[in-house]
Ligand binder design. Sequence first.
Ligand code: ARG
Length: 473
Amino acid sequence: MSVNDDRNGASHAMWGGRFAEGPSAIMREINASIPFDKALWREDIRGSKAHVAMLAAQGIVGEDDARQIDEGLDAIAAEYERDGVPEDWSLEDIHMTVEARLTELIGPVAGKLHTARSRNDQVATDFRLWTLDAMQAAEAGLATLQRALVTRAGEHADTVMPGFTHLQAAQPVTLGHHLLAYYEMFRRDRSRFADARARADECPLGSAALAGTGFAIDRDATAEALGFARPTSNSLDAVSDRDFALDYLMAASQCALHLSRLAEEIIIWASQPFGFVRLPDTLSTGSSIMPQKKNPDAAELVRGHAGRIVGAATALMVTMKGLPLAYSKDMQDDKPPVFEAHGLLQLCLAAMEAMIADCSFNEARMREVAGAGHPTATDLADWLVRTHGVPFREAHHVAGAAVKAADEHGCDLADLPLDALQAIDGRIDESVRDLLTLDASVAARTSYGGAAPERVREQVAVAREALGMEDAR
Ligand code: ARG
């Protein structure tokens, strides 16, 4: 046994197990994207069908050959639909997997499919098609969640709850108003996905490996056949651009942040000290040791999954940041983060929709908490400004003294005897008392975009109209 044998033997032993064959096994495994990119099989076959139809129309491939290829592709689609996609690592990816099967089915003529094309423009096209669908699915999931929010907001346009700053009760608002705040966030998320979709609506197919091709291809025809608005304009950019995937991930990240904030509110609201909401049993779990417990696991997981979605966006940004033009194999790593984020996002959207639609709000408890701590003090100050032209800073000072007096009396501001109020400021009269109730306070918040029930009802109507909900009031 030579020293060399010994060294090889030692390193093979170190690779061990599935790497026993040595470098070729390592290469096969590190190179293979089929375990995840088989998710692109539908897009891959669609892209190939469009490509071969164009090649035939341009006279680059004969009609007969093209028909065989097209029928072969249909047969493969039927197989994959029925049995799933086989995972042979030595075939690397979905593109080679389909082509190898096509060769088995129709023979060497299968080799004509790859004329005027490269896996570089092929994968860019497949993944773009897939991501466009993911964007559309996100928009649809968001719309469903928005409908649930708007429905509940309509039911609770008059329900008084504490509005918070610093998580300290600040001024009373309405539950409807609070829920519509999330409607607005999700409206922006939808528009981010729609913007991303408009930007991604260009077809890379025909950019070939990086430089385009000398064949007389018709890129408008393939772009149109695949439902794109137009072909991409620069072949180098087209094969190396993953902005569409990043746009998806960034829109998904921002959406996940919003979902996480809503989940966090639900977790806080469902806690015993708050007691604002009861989650449906179907979306909570019990404890294995404490029989009284009901945990908001689904909301906690929505909050947690936001971390994974943001992580996916970070992963792809870091993958892309140092890549020179055009294609580099690093870009093969573009798919797992997008696939993962998409799965998580759709699940989180569905979970939040179900939680919002089916939870029950404890209106009495919300009102009780809203009333604690003299939340209508601002209304007293506003009255002095409005009725007596008192500068707001001075009025703020008077209201502060009234709050102190109420605490000393051990009563709510609205119940402080008139003489106690007048002792603080002689301009105060009986008429102010009605304004200091919770209902009067929220009803007064009538500025556009304010918490007043009448404003909430208007915004609910606008939202219902925008969402195409029937009987929009
Ligand atoms: N599996 C590859 C990917 O996902 C396809 C492109 C391969 N191109 C190449 N030049 N090796 O990126």
